[in-house]
Write a protein that binds this ligand. Structure first.
Ligand code: CA
Length: 234
């Protein structure tokens, strides 16, 4: 593994790319900046970055198309940076294969946290692990068991599948239609009420305090983000 991670910033606003680049340098990352899709593709070919921070509105095209192109070649984290009014664009970019998004204006601390979380998730992808620890929860995929603080939880098959999907995709923004498609199946993408109902019952079973969820976080208008105590994964 490289000692210094290389992050490619694709952003046409120079003030933002300079600020992000400077802050990443201060935190030990190497950076490259591309101001349009053409030069981004060139830099990806020649430098093989470890992570990409991508602005959606670029002078020579749409960032979403670029995500698809990158995804054909590289399994690296892509964090989309987008203005708030582009909510539909954010959902579409997650569907295109982006891993996370940060809304403008953002704080550099927030962006750094997302970068670390994306890296952790990519390093921690272990498809053959059958027992996964997630803070107070233990998910035993093979035996269809969930324990909380060592006590077995009674989950319905759908609740179990939903929790499993969340834990396998932890620290990731999961749009509503994607969750419905992956857990319930094709054709259920718009059954929002199913999802809300199951989120409520699952929260009651796993959250220490339903009013202040620590596992299932709502991403307003987009979907959910499931988090675990990250110390379990370092
Ligand atoms: Ca832009």
């Amino acid at each position: 593994m490289k000692t210094q991670e290389l992050i490619l910033i694709i952003e046409d606003d120079q003030a933002i790319s300079k600020m992000v680049s400077l802050s990443l340098h201060q935190h030990g990352y190497k950076t490259l900046v591309a101001a349009d899709i053409k030069s981004a593709l060139r830099l990806i070919q020649t430098n093989s970055p470890d992570l990409i921070i991508l602005d959606l509105g670029l002078p020579d095209g749409d960032g979403k198309g670029l995500i698809k192109t990158i995804r054909l070649e590289l399994a690296i984290p892509i964090i989309v940076v987008s203005a708030r009014h582009e909510e539909k664009e954010v959902i579409a970019s997650l569907d295109s294969g982006a891993d996370d998004y940060v809304l403008k204006p953002f704080s550099i601390d927030e962006l750094l946290a997302r970068v670390r979380s994306a890296q952790r998730r990519f390093l921690g992808l272990q498809p053959n692990v059958n027992v996964i620890l997630c803070h107070e929860l233990t998910l035993d995929i093979e035996h269809h068991l969930v324990l909380r603080k060592g006590e077995s939880l009674k989950l319905t098959p759908t609740e179990f599948n939903l929790l499993k999907y969340f834990i396998l995709h932890r620290n990731q923004v999961l749009p509503y239609p994607r969750i419905l498609k992956e857990v319930w199946g094709v054709g259920y993408q718009s059954e929002m009420q199913y999802l809300r109902t199951y989120i409520n019952t699952l929260r009651k079973k796993i959250e220490p305090d339903v009013a202040r969820p620590i596992y299932i976080h709502t991403e307003m208008g987009i979907g959910y983000r499931f988090t675990c105590d990250t110390s379990n994964f370092d």
